[in-house]
Ligand binder design. Structure first.
Ligand code: BT5
Length: 344
């Protein structure tokens, strides 16, 4: 998106914009502003010419300009009707030096989960990958995964779905959405690495229809880093929004199934805004994560690269380690496939 387009969208979000004044402030011709307005109309905006200037009276349901309009977070939005994987595209952009870009798609044809698993991404979902360049050591990367889970959970709750989080990165609906506990049988967990950050070595596990929880969203964080500093991070979030549950793998649910279709523009804006606020204030992530956690207080079985850890999940610690009370004492688990098991 051009800088002029972005600033025009910003000003339109504040109220009517005078074409001549905007043209002068930007140092462009009136014709150039008119062209941008026409471009926005083509993108689905209803823009009226009033005495005070151009005024947006309706926005398109979804799309790059739609998400950028009135977005309270500093991300550039790149939109694709259909793409292989937003994470792939975001990695490409990151490699070219981009920062603070949100790659968004209506559909992915090669969506990826962790450890080479597939992510079903039919048209109607919310698929976004955010490129960040935080000044943190690579070991802190998991906090961004947790931040994404918190942001997604908040947006789901605002949409009327009582979502909860399974460590570290699954957003679930348990029971009838009332968050009433119960176990969950979808084996996964662990921080994602792309080779630069290392593989957690955990065993692959296909999602099975879960006994107590249904997966609504997943997060895939990838990064490239030096020994002491992250070069870039790509945080990919996939939410089953306006899609039929029948189009998803067993054990999955969607916002449509839970509460009906949502306004994806507003939903994604809320995810991006919440994520940005959390990423800027990492100390706020864990308290929020604990509030939404399904895992804390559960008997868990975590498969890690170095063995299986069983016990009660009692806490999560920075940068995202699960604390498990085992027969041998407390263990901190940084990565692994976590299963909630029935308490004995
Ligand atoms: C995840 O992996 O949950 C991370 C998913 C990240 C997807 C986003 S979409 C935007 C961005 N671009 C990408 O290409 N990816 C990211 P994992 O924990 O490994 O879970 C994957 C497992 O979940 C699969 O093996 C299936 O069993 C199940 N699954 C696949 N698609 C699903 C869906 N749409 N809803 C629920 N479960 C699904």
């Amino acid at each position: 998106m051009s800088d002029v387009r972005r600033r025009l969208l910003e000003e339109l979000a504040e109220g009517p914009v005078s074409g001549p004044e905007f043209a002068e402030a930007e140092g462009v011709s009136r014709a150039a502003v008119w062209k941008q307005i026409e471009g926005l109309r083509d993108a689905g905006f209803a823009i009226e010419s009033t005495d005070e200037g151009y005024e947006v009276v309706d926005t398109p349901a979804f799309g790059g300009d739609a998400v950028a309009f009135d977005l309270d977070a500093p991300y550039d939005v790149e939109f694709h009707e259909s793409i292989g994987s937003t994470n792939e595209r975001a990695r490409e952009l990151a490699g070219e030096g981009a920062a603070d870009v949100a790659v968004v798609a209506d559909e992915q044809t090669g969506g990826r989960g962790r450890l080479d698993r597939e992510w079903s991404a039919p048209s109607g979902g919310v698929y976004v990958s955010i490129v960040l360049r935080p000044d943190v050591p690579p070991a802190h990367a998991p906090i961004f995964t947790l931040a994404a889970a918190v942001a997604t959970t908040r947006a789901c709750r605002e949409a009327g779905v009582h979502a909860t989080i399974k460590w570290p990165n699954d957003v679930l609906v348990v029971g009838d959405g009332g968050g009433d506990g119960g176990e969950e049988g979808d084996g996964d967990g662990g921080e994602e690495g792309d080779g630069d950050s290392g593989d957690d070595g955990s065993a692959d596990a296909e999602s099975t229809p879960s006994r107590g929880g249904h997966k609504l969203a997943g997060i895939l964080t990838e990064m490239e880093g030096e020994a002491d500093r992250v070069n870039w991070l790509v945080v990919g979030i996939g939410v089953n929004a306006n899609v039929d549950a029948a189009a998803l793998p067993p054990g999955a649910t969607s916002l449509r199934e839970q509460v009906g279709d949502v306004d994806r523009r507003v939903f994604l804006q809320r995810v991006l805004e919440e994520f940005h606020d959390l990423a800027e204030a990492p100390e706020t992530v864990l308290p929020a994560w604990r509030d939404y956690a399904e895992t804390i207080g559960q008997q868990v079985r975590v498969e890690t690269g170095s063995g299986v850890i069983e016990g009660e999940a009692v806490d999560v610690e920075f940068p995202g380690a699960l604390v498990v009370e085992t027969d041998e004492g407390r263990e901190r688990v940084l990565a692994g496939d976590c299963e909630h098991v029935r308490p004995t």
